[in-house]
Design a protein around this ligand. Structure first.
Ligand SMILES: Nc1nc2c(ncn2[C@@H]2O[C@H](COP(=O)(O)OP(=O)(O)OP(=O)(O)O)[C@@H](O)[C@H]2O)c(=O)[nH]1
Ligand SMILES: [Mg+2]
Length: 274
């Protein structure tokens, strides 16, 4: 498969710039069957850029699953057109209403596993997660016995966009500290959203029974992996700020993120007492 789109109608034209410079993987790692799951809600401007960067990586078996919740800005239709342009490399899961990041990931990851992916990547559509780290995430998974490798903002060498003000930095740092205090998960960036799973590790987490609908999904997945004894590895990334489009973090999502760790701890304690 050529890394250059043949009908760049919706894909941006011109050379594709990928940052940071991707590491070159040896075979057979380079030809890993890898699926990137991307949840979208109103990401019409960002999605074609992300997809063009992913398609330009030197990973010939990379596939993409976009999970769109009937975005009012037409992201779902754009994704369908990208699917035609990237024949066979991109598929779209359409859902009828906005039902949360967690539910979208469960749908997209289940599709990826059903389609035979050996590795599954989670990635936001808003270009916060630089595509150039992806080969390094994959190489780290291959060279360790990790179930999941996380692109981490909070290990040495990791960093946040300079555009993040003090308020957001404090909120993110506080959320991480809160989750770790409640659930004792030994992960520096426990709310991270950029990661790669080994398919066997992902299947062992029993996706259909995940309870979180919103961003708490990230924490619930890390908690399950940790409780099942899976090895979790973090590598440093630079996290970019969203440039175009709106954040979907609303009050209901924030409330779930605050309460879910307490519920997870309670249900785990309940299981131990039975
Ligand atoms: N399908 C689907 N995708 C969603 C939903 N909520 C958020 N997303 C997507 O999930 C990813 C992360 O959402 P963001 O709004 O970027 O969340 P955030 O990174 O905390 O917020 P910003 O820092 O402002 O970007 C993006 O690709 C969103 O489009 C949802 O309900 N359904
Ligand atoms: Mg974002």
């Amino acid at each position: 498969m050529s890394s250059r789109p043949t009908h760049p109608e919706h894909l941006p034209s011109g050379p594709v710039r990928i940052t940071p410079e991707p590491v070159a993987l040896p075979e057979p790692w380079r030809s890993s069957r890898l699926t990137v799951v991307v949840p979208t809600y109103d990401e019409a401007e960002n999605l074609p850029i992300l997809v063009s960067r992913l398609a330009a990586l030197d990973l010939p078996e990379l596939r993409i699953v976009v999970v769109d919740d009937n975005s009012p800005d037409g992201t779902g239709e754009i994704a369908d057109k990208l699917a035609v342009e990237l024949a066979g490399r991109l598929s779209v899961v359409h859902r009828t209403t906005k039902d949360g990041l967690g539910r979208a990931y469960v749908a997209g990851m289940s599709r990826a596993l059903d389609d035979g992916a050996d590795y599954v990547v989670q990635m936001d559509a808003d270009l916060s997660h630089p595509v150039g780290y992806l080969p390094q995430l994959l190489g780290t998974l291959h060279s360790t016995n990790a179930g999941v490798v996380i692109g981490s903002r909070y290990v040495p060498g990791g960093s946040l966009s300079e555009a993040w003000g003090l308020r957001r930095r404090l909120l993110s740092g506080w959320a991480n500290a809160y989750v770790k205090t409640v659930l004792s998960i030994p992960v520096r960036d426990v709310t991270a959203g950029f990661k790669i799973w080994r398919a066997s590790a992902l299947s062992a987490l029993d996706l259909p029974s995940i309870e979180s609908t919103g961003y708490a999904f990230q924490v619930e997945m890390h908690y399950r992996a940790y409780r099942r004894g899976q090895k979790i590895v973090e590598i440093p990334i630079h996290f970019e700020d969203r440039v175009v489009g709106q954040s979907k973090l609303d009050g209901a999502v924030a409330l779930e993120a605050a309460l879910r760790p307490l519920r997870l701890r309670r249900s785990e304690n309940g299981r131990h007492q039975r």
